[in-house]
Design a protein around this ligand. Structure first.
Ligand code: WT7
Length: 652
């Protein structure tokens, strides 16, 4: 049997323990799509509602009048659901385990009672600094407990948080602050990753030059490394550790409508600037908590570790909101998988007796490449379930994860979803779904995937096409912040009446889904989503660059690498020094994750007579597959192709 169709059956012990076995999955799935109103009406009750909802689903994918509302007359508070409601049942249980970058620094265990106090204090500091219900607050923090406190504090007072990943540059931060007009920014003196310091406060200071809207910067002391500069802008900077002492340790949660915004998270698309994906209160939390419980088969007392950063949606839904809504113990890791060495993940698993471990294929591939010796010295006996997210996982990495890390004992849930979807849409359920290496398998409750061909026909049976979702689920994004038309055009115009994911996908004879990757101009670099247009606009902002085209190419570790074709201004000379300079430039414009892997200087780009760049040709050359470039006769100047092939950056 080849790897591709080997089936890994559900082990008996997993089935016995699981909330959902196969018959239950099928009957619940059937109910969920036959009568979503009844299904979600029932499951919405997993939360505490201040005013129960009487309406459940009010959604339309009809172009151009797309409108999505769930539980629309319900009233609740997310922070109350994630914190206060556990105070009666589990006040002294650890809510958050914090594992620092440096293994020598003591870990922290924050109980639900302590979490309550910290969230209330943070909320009071926000109130004291003028934040009101409906205001946006930008959070630019490293992976420290204060990131969770700040998120929950915003939710508590009805402010909308917008987290900007601490690896983004000052430039990117400024753009995101301005787009949602945050008057308050929360940051730390410095971040710490793999022993290296990240100058967060300094970046915020730089960003403020381009973001005059900011009135207050709340600075958390973390490394203590910037003491004199902590409060460099009098009247603007607020020293959080001092402010925290000056406020009360209780703060009443604000009554929020289910459809009030909870957070904005910027993500890249195929065109334009990153868009502010908007998630709301009730549906999002129902969906995040329910998927967390069932996909990870989370039981009371389990230690759950999602290795993502809170700067990405995975961190929102599966470090903070889903687990805490479920009264879980969630682990937050400040560091990186390779520091001090490639055994760190497994050391941390052993140290904190982690039962459920959720990471990205790029990390798995890197650790696999580092060698089994980093695994072999660790026990990992606490592990019961493994998860993968962010990009397609290649069968070799899947098998290594399954055999070496889980010792063939732990099922792997390969979870497909997006920033836009709020939570997992396609994934195995450990007690219900037999596994195939590299397949995200079957849809979660209420999710109706379909495959479309280029002409807009729905494909039946085994097929390959573009992945759409036919109807709404509670965790779905509601709009693009400040630009509803962009929301409708981006997701609902390609296939009218359907949500277009941007992903290609194959469905096999068992109705299993295999995501093949993006079909638009979005690339996935180490699980980080990047619009090629963003990298292009960063490049052309350089004074020596006249034109740029960026495509992805297969990369052993990162999944995809960033390949840039750059045309220089008249009179500028190409050189390796300029390559270095451009790489640095893009890092400063966007952030290190956008660092170009290959830069090819090109005197001309392949364009049609109407001036459209033919990316198909550029992709082929970047993939080093230039033997069949297809029809180049429609190019304005077919000669440029020879030069591109001749100077490609892949040849030895
Ligand atoms: C894109 C969304 C949502 C989690 C983190 C990424 C790709 C995500 C998988 C998976 C194959 C996957 C898709 C998707 N993707 N998970 N299990 N298998 N591809 O969120 O940054 O919004 O990116 O990541 O291409 O569209 P994101």
């Amino acid at each position: 049997m080849t790897t591709a169709n080997k089936i890994y059956y559900v082990p008996d012990d997993v089935k016995e323990r699981a909330f959902i076995d196969r018959p239950t999955y099928h009957s619940m799935y059937y109910e969920s799509v036959e009568d979503p109103e009844k299904f979600w009406g029932e499951h919405g009750k997993r939360l505490d509602w201040i005013e129960p909802y009487t309406k459940v689903k009010n959604t339309s994918f009809e172009y151009p009048n797309v409108s999505i509302k769930w539980f629309e007359d319900g009233v609740l508070n997310v922070s109350q659901n994630c914190v206060d409601r556990h105070l009666k049942t589990r006040p002294d249980q650890t809510a958050i385990i914090w594992e620092p970058d440096d293994p020598e620094t003591p870990a922290k265990h924050i109980t639900y009672k302590e979490l309550h106090e910290e969230v209330c204090r943070f909320a009071n500091v926000l109130l004291a600094n003028g934040v009101k219900k409906g205001d946006t607050v930008t959070i630019y923090l490293p992976m420290i407990p204060e990131a969770a406190y700040a998120m929950l504090a915003c939710a508590r007072i009805g402010a909308i948080h917008s987290i900007v990943f601490a690896g983004f540059s000052a430039e990117s931060l400024a753009g995101r602050i301005e787009d949602c007009a945050s008057k308050v920014v929360i940051t730390a003196d410095e971040g710490l990753r793999g022993g290296k310091k990240v100058p967060l406060k300094k970046n915020v200071d730089t960003a403020l030059n381009h973001a005059p809207v900011v009135e207050k910067v709340i600075v958390v002391r973390h490394t203590g490394g910037l003491d004199p500069e902590m409060v460099s802008n009098p009247g603007v900077d607020v020293d959080y550790s001092r402010a925290r002492e000056e406020v009360a340790d209780v703060c009443a949660p604000e009554e929020m409508n289910a459809e009030d915004p909870l957070f904005i998270l910027y993500t890249s698309g195929s065109t334009g600037k990153p868009k502010g994906v908007l998630h709301t209160t009730g549906g999002y939390l129902v969906y995040a908590s329910m998927t967390h419980q069932y996909v990870f088969d989370y039981h009371d007392g389990d230690v759950f570790w999602c290795t993502a950063d809170v700067g990405w949606v995975t961190g929102h839904s599966y470090i903070v909101y889903g687990p805490l809504a479920n009264g879980a113990t969630t682990l937050m890791f400040e560091g990186v998988p390779s520091y001090p060495d490639a055994s760190r993940f497994w050391q941390v698993v052993d140290k904190h007796k982690v039962n459920i471990f959720y990471t990205a294929p790029t990390a798995i591939r890197a650790l696999m490449g580092a060698g089994d010796k980093f695994v072999e010295g660790t026990s990992r006996e606490s592990l019961r379930l493994l998860g993968s997210v962010g990009e397609p996982i290649n069968p070799e990495a899947w098998e290594w994860y399954y055999e070496k890390i889980g010792e063939e004992r732990c099922p792997i849930v390969d979870t497909w979803w997006q920033t836009e979807t709020g939570g997992i849409l396609i994934s195995p359920l450990p007690g219900a779904t037999d596994l195939k290496a590299g397949s995200a398998t079957l849809p979660f409750f209420g999710v109706q995937p379909a495959l479309m061909d280029a002409d807009g026909n729905i494909l039946e049976g085994p097929a390959t096409g573009n992945l759409v979702i036919l109807d709404s689920w509670p965790g779905q994004m509601r709009t693009v912040f400040g630009d509803h038309e962009r929301f409708v055009e981006t997701y609902f115009s390609a296939y009218k009446g359907k949500y277009f994911t941007g992903d290609g996908c194959r469905r096999d004879g068992d109705d299993y889904y295999w995501i093949t990757g993006r079909v638009d101009d979005v690339i996935n670099v180490s699980g980080h989503r990047m619009g090629t247009a963003e990298v292009e606009s960063a490049l052309v902002a350089h004074p020596k660059v006249s034109e740029a085209a960026v495509v992805g190419y297969p990369h052993d570790l990162k999944g995809q690498g960033i390949y840039c074709y750059v045309t220089l201004m008249e009179g500028e000379e190409s050189s390796d020094d300029l390559r270095v300079e451009l790489r640095k430039w893009v890092r400063e414009e966007i952030g290190p994750i956008a660092s170009p892997d290959k830069i090819q200087f090109a005197p001309g780009l392949p364009k049609t007579r109407s001036g459209k760049i033919m990316r198909r040709i550029l992709r082929k050359i970047a993939e080093d597959d230039f033997s069949n470039l297809g029809d180049t006769s429609t190019l304005a100047d077919p000669g440029v192709v020879d030069d591109l092939v001749e100077n490609r950056q892949h040849k030895a």
